[in-house]
Ligand binder design. Structure first.
Ligand code: BEZ
Length: 262
């Protein structure tokens, strides 16, 4: 997570990300299995964040290029994994000197609010027959959290329209159409709910909101942020923390697509 970070005005707390949001990469392990990297392949990790999955794929004998829009994430990735090439660029305009065998992306595409140019750029980066394997937040992702944030803001007299919704959470059919229009054949697609525990967040949902909910916090009246977070947490508690363990209401779109080799 990661794409559209500093380059688009979202400043990330990379140390908090590293400390408390390791689950993002942990849940990506199954996606690496779907990627099925082969030694010697050239693989782009799009929205690589601090590079944990880039490193996992590189350890399988691949040449990995990690790409992320956030320069602080890229700096940390370079420090953690000095043998891997990391580039700071946007999904819609990164370019490489040679075509890739695969583009991989975990929990990043939903930060790229204009999917067409991103998908077109992924297609440009691949060799014919290359694969695009990704997982992203999808329709109804974090809806309990966002509705609670809107309500907490409304209670401070802030209208929904004051928040620039930061994400793109498509229905599966919409994303498939975009992939097909760009020349991909979709060979696997799964839309599913994946409640995700926040076990490494000492302050539970508040940490998640502080990490990812910047646009909501920015809309709060000056000095009203803490109240907004506390109220949103209270509104979510019955559904997302019924037994004392915070779980986010994630939904996922996971797909594998191949670039038509005609
Ligand atoms: C997600 O992975 O679904 C996600 C992460 C941060 C903010 C919004 C969604």
């Amino acid at each position: 997570m990661k794409e559209e970070g500093a380059a688009r005005g979202q400043a990330w707390d990379v140390n908090l990300y590293d400390r408390s949001f390791g689950f993002i990469a942990e849940f990506g392990a199954g996606l690496v299995e779907m990627l099925a990297p082969r030694p010697g392949e050239r693989i782009i990790d799009l929205g690589c964040g601090i590079g944990q999955l880039s490193a996992q794929i590189a350890a399988m004998g691949c040449e990995v290029i990690g790409i992320d829009a956030d320069s602080e994430m890229i700096d940390l990735a370079r420090r953690k994994y000095p043998d891997i090439r990391f580039i700071c660029a946007l999904g819609e305009n990164f370019s490489l000197d040679a075509p890739a065998d695969a583009v991989f992306s975990n929990a990043a595409l939903h930060w790229m609010k204009q999917p067409e140019p991103v998908i077109a750029n992924v297609a440009r980066a691949l060799r014919p027959g290359g694969r695009f394997v990704a997982e992203m937040g999808a329709h109804r992702n974090v809806v309990t959290i966002t509705e609670a944030l809107y309500q907490a803001l409304a209670e401070q007299s802030v209208a929904r329209e004051a928040v620039e919704f930061p994400w793109y959470f498509p229905r599966s059919g919409v994303y498939v159409s975009l992939l097909e229009a760009a020349g991909f054949d979709v060979t696997h697609l799964n839309y599913f709910a994946r409640p995700t525990p926040l076990d490494n967040c000492p302050n539970g949902l508040s940490d998640w909101i502080r990490m990812f909910g910047r646009n909501f916090l920015a809309a709060a009246p000056s000095g009203g942020e803490a109240q907004m977070i506390a109220r949103a947490e209270e509104l979510c508690r019955r559904r997302l923390c019924p037994d004392g363990r915070w779980m986010t209401d994630y939904t996922r779109l996971r797909f594998r697509a191949e670039l038509f080799d005609g």
